[in-house]
Design a protein around this ligand. Structure first.
Ligand code: SAM
Length: 182
């Protein structure tokens, strides 16, 4: 008999990632929020990240946004196709409802940020979709910070991003990428 996974991985297997967040997005909370906070604080301090304006990509219920605010960031915008209500409740901000696929088709074209943060989300996208998304992200900001509890994803220079450094904080992999010159 096939073993069924428990927790969020089991939910993804039963419903599919998109359906899971489409149905449950309004109630989404990351049980590892304290680790996200610690990972962001350490990353910002270690790499002296510029928080003048930040895009919180796949912003959930604002885990990264709230942590960034706590670190002094005054201009952060969230984007997430499923969790807008949860994000608004916790941050008071509107999240632009774009998916990775829409961003890969240019939905955020013309916007500019100093930093993109993507916490606990980019591993959800199949690797074949990463190159185009990465290209479009590289048009938005010169730096990209990925927080993930997983080994994936690893972005490649040919997709527009170079890995500068990686640290692990409370089991969260923090990877800082900088944009390749265009
Ligand atoms: C595990 S949650 C992480 C949320 C938050 N960043 C955090 O650190 O807790 C994954 C997020 O990815 C979003 N997501 C799922 N599929 C997506 C897609 N195709 N495009 C963009 N976001 C997606 C979900 O709505 C959810 O907010």
């Amino acid at each position: 008999m096939a073993r069924r996974s428990s927790g969020i991985r089991g939910e993804y297997e039963r419903h599919g990632v998109q359906d899971y967040y489409a149905q449950r997005g309004a109630d989404y909370r990351n049980p590892h929020e304290a680790a996200v906070q610690a990972a962001l604080a350490e990353s910002v301090a270690r790499w002296r990240l510029d928080l003048t304006s930040v895009l919180d990509l796949a912003c959930g219920s604002g885990e990264a946004t709230l942590a960034l605010r706590g670190l002094g960031c005054q201009q952060v915008e969230g984007v997430d196709p499923y969790t807008g209500e949860a994000y608004r409740q916790r941050t008071g901000l509107f999240a632009a409802p774009f998916s990775f696929e829409q961003i890969a088709a240019g939905a955020l074209e013309g916007r500019r940020y100093h930093l993109i943060v993507c916490s606990y989300a980019l591993h959800l996208l199949p690797e074949s979709r990463l190159p185009l998304l990465c290209y479009h992200l590289s048009r938005l900001a010169p730096a990209l910070l990925i927080l993930t509890p997983h080994k994936r994803p690893h972005l490649r220079p040919e997709w527009g991003w170079t890995l500068d450094d990686e640290i692990i904080v409370q089991r969260v992999h923090c990877r800082l990428y900088t944009r390749q010159p265009h």
